[in-house]
Each structure stands twice: as structure tokens, then as C-alpha cells.
Ligand binder design. Structure first.
Ligand code: COA
Length: 378
């Protein structure tokens, strides 16, 4: 993956950086790629760039291969990855490149207000957009309900930001490399109650890519990891129509599929990369993935259980909060972190011999979720 942050370069150049990193890492040449599945959620609106599939394929030396752009709000590249896995599982392709690229910073010419409006296109067109609901607003409502039902506090949420900012200081590719404190989080301006500025992920530019290969094709790779399961589920979009607001049902369904495919349970997960677009989203996801009981996610974060030295480290990369969130690149960037940790190559933030990990990438009003379980090779 590229560093996440501010990039002045066009989408094809940015994606090529991540793609060539992935080629180098697996020891393959571009002509060995049989298909390209990648995510870009907002490029039509942010950069007037829509027919990206053949552009990216030819830009990285894969002219002529079947190439497909996926659009699934923030869950875009995890969904591209899921389709790459299915293409290999079915026997149709042996080696597929999956990834994503997005630019969301003012380098696109769009500031915070304009970009917030672009992102809102992923909320419900008839019921939520006319009401002025933004994504900080969507997750604030979900989190408020969680606080109401379980007693989760703003301090619990702030602990998530503190942890992820600390982890980000150990990740050279993170957008933010600065620590923060609970006091600073709580003193930062309110964006959407209960979220302060420091509870929110930033707007970021970046790209990420992974090579997905069959067992046989991966034999020549230096240090592959195994994809053990990929679940993908949806939920109704409008918050008003969801059965149980803080439950994020799509995450529960996708996790159950992924764990079943992997023949595992949440108890056997060594660490997680979670879609913490807002601190409350991380708390809810730790529960939806079964890492903690419902309502226990906030106290668990505050007790240090999700820290690098905790019993269930969450977001060792810094998460979206500190590593950054270029929508279409986020899903496969989580898988880059899983891969590096499972190989023991995560540098200063390396966990102690993890064997199995889960990634959780959601889109829109938590209405699309992709959950992936990966395992180290024994
Ligand atoms: N976390 C930490 N620091 C942040 C930050 C964030 N999310 N966003 C901005 N900053 C920092 C900037 O680096 C800058 O620091 P500096 O003064 O030291 O240079 C300062 O805060 C002000 O930055 P600015 O860009 O002017 O902030 P803003 O008020 O325009 O935007 C948010 C801040 C939180 C409103 C914006 O980042 C946001 O909307 N984030 C959510 C994005 C989103 O909805 N994503 C989809 C998720 S589903």
C-alpha cells in the first residue's frame, strides 16, 4: 500500500504504486495477472473519472485482462477482494490483483463541506439525504443508541482514539503519526454529538493492492498467507428501518459466514483490523464480530484489552482513525496489515506470533459489510 495522507497524483499513478508493491512482494510480473478487481467509490464525483477499469489495467501493464471497478461505499475494496477470491476458488483464474484507490483530501479541489456532501451519496437518497444526515451523523446516532442501551461513555470512545493514534505512530504509512490523550479528544470540537473531531477518521488519499492466487500458483511466492473465509452481507439502508440500531446486523451476518468458512470462532481470533470510521464504530464492531459481549466493547477498550499488548489487539495499523480512510483503498489496506502481521513483518507494531486474524470493512449506514479471516501458514 501507499502511505495514506495527501497525494497530488492522479488515481492511475497512485494505484500503480500499490500494484507494483504487490507484484514485487509476490515476485510476479504484471503479465502474470489474469484479472484486476479494484475499488473506487467516489471517483466519478470527485475527479470526473469513471471508466477506470481499463485505464488502471493498462497503466500497470495488464492491458487486455478482464478488469472491473467495484463501488460499495467504504466497503469497496473488500468487496473487490471477495470477488477475486471467488474467481480463484471457482478455478476461472489462478492469479488476480485486488485493490483500491481513492483521493478524498482538498487536493481533489473539494474541501470538508463538499467532500462530506459527496460521501452522503452513500446514504439513503429518499429518506436520509433530504434530512441533511451526514456520515458523522449516521454513526453518531448509532453510537448514541449504544450509549443509551449499554452505558458506553464518551471516555470509552476517546480511549479508542488514543489507542489508534498511538498505533499510528508506529506505522510509517499512517496518515497521522501523532499521539493524543483522552483530554485532548474530549476537548476537540464537537462534529456530531457524541463525536468530537478526534473521534472521526480524516479524509485521506491512498491506494492498496493484494495478489490473490490459487494454492498452486502461490507456491512460488515467498511468504503467502491463507484466506480462510470471506463473508459479505447487507442490511436495509435507512437507520429508521433497521431492527436494532447498535447491532450492525450485516457485520454479524458477514462474520458468521467468514467464521463458518474458516471453521473457527471469535475466541480463536488473535487480532482484528476494524472499520473505525468513528470511535463508536470500532466499539460496535468488536461486539458484532463476537470479540466482546454486547455492551462490553467500550469498557474493554478503556481497560486496554484492544491495545497492542492487550488480549485482543484491534487496529494495530492505527485503523481508519490514524492510518486514514481513502474509501476505495481501505478494505485491501486492512488485508495488507493482516498479511504483514501474520508474517511477522509489521516492524515496531508487530504482535506476538499471531496465527489468525479478522478484518471488518463496512460501507454506508453499516448496510454493507465484508468480513475476512486470514491465517498464517503453519
Ligand atoms: N483526526 C485527527 N485530526 C484531524 C482530523 C481527524 N479526523 N481531521 C482533521 N484533523 C486535523 C488536521 O490535520 C488539522 O490539523 P493542523 O491544524 O495541525 O493542521 C486540523 O485537524 C484541522 O483540519 P481540518 O481539515 O480543517 O478539519 P475539518 O474541521 O475541516 O474536518 C472532520 C475535520 C473531522 C470534520 C473531517 O475530517 C471529517 O468529516 N471526517 C469524517 C470523514 C468521513 O465521514 N468519512 C466517512 C466515514 S463513513
Amino acid at each position: 500500500m501507499t502511505k495514506f495522507g495527501v497525494h497530488e497524483r492522479p488515481l492511475p499513478d497512485l494505484f500503480a504504486d500499490a500494484a507494483f508493491d504487490a507484484f514485487d512482494d509476490s515476485g510476479i510480473e504484471p503479465p502474470e495477472i489474469e484479472a484486476l478487481y479494484f475499488g473506487n467509490a467516489m471517483g466519478g464525483m470527485t475527479e470526473n473519472d469513471t471508466h477506470l477499469a481499463p485505464t488502471l489495467a493498462s497503466h500497470i501493464g495488464c492491458t487486455g485482462v478482464p478488469a472491473q471497478r467495484f463501488e460499495d461505499a467504504c466497503a469497496t475494496s473488500a468487496n473487490a477482494f471477495k470477488h477475486a477470491v471467488e474467481a480463484v476458488e471457482s478455478g476461472r483464474h489462478d492469479v488476480v490483483l485486488a485493490g483500491g484507490v481513492e483521493r478524498c483530501t482538498p487536493e481533489t479541489g473539494l474541501g470538508t463541506g463538499a467532500m462530506t456532501k459527496v460521501f452522503v451519496s452513500a446514504a439513503h437518497r429518499q429518506y436520509e439525504q433530504p434530512a441533511g444526515l451526514t456520515f458523522p451523523g449516521v454513526f453518531a446516532l448509532l453510537t448514541k443508541r449504544h450509549m443509551h442501551e449499554y452505558g458506553t461513555t464518551e471516555e470509552h470512545l476517546a480511549e479508542v482514539a488514543v489507542k489508534n493514534h498511538y498505533n499510528g505512530t508506529l506505522n510509517p504509512r499512517a496518515h497521522f503519526g501523532r499521539e493524543t490523550t483522552v483530554e485532548k479528544v474530549l476537548d476537540s470540537p464537537i462534529v456530531a454529538d457524541p463525536f468530537h473531531l478526534m473521534d472521526c477518521c480524516p479524509f485521506s488519499d491512498g491506494a492498496s493492492a493484494v495478489v490473490v492466487a490459487s494454492e498452486e500458483a502461490a507456491e512460488s511466492f515467498e511468504n503467502p498467507v491463507d484466506v480462510a473465509g470471506v463473508g459479505h452481507a447487507t442490511d436495509v439502508v435507512p437507520l429508521a428501518d433497521k431492527d436494532a440500531l447498535p447491532a450492525t446486523q450485516a457485520a454479524r451476518d458477514a462474520a458468521s459466514q467468514a467464521y463458518d468458512q474458516a471453521g473457527t470462532t471469535a475466541d480463536a481470533i488473535d487480532f482484528a483490523e476494524i472499520h473505525d470510521c468513528f470511535t463508536g464504530a470500532e466499539v460496535m464492531a468488536t461486539e458484532a464480530l463476537g470479540l466482546f459481549e454486547d455492551g462490553a466493547g467500550g469498557p474493554a477498550a478503556a481497560a486496554g484489552r484492544t491495545a497492542l499488548d492487550g488480549d485482543v489487539p484491534v487496529n494495530p495499523s492505527g485503523g481508519l482513525k490514524a492510518k486514514g480512510h481513502p474509501l476505495g483503498a481501505t478494505g485491501t489496506a486492512q488485508l495488507v496489515e493482516l498479511t504483514e502481521q501474520l508474517r511477522g513483518e509489521a516492524g515496531e507494531r508487530q504482535l506476538d506470533d499471531p496465527e489468525r486474524a479478522v478484518a471488518h470493512n463496512l460501507g454506508g449506514d453499516a448496510a454493507t459489510t465484508v468480513v475476512t479471516v486470514m491465517e498464517a501458514r503453519q
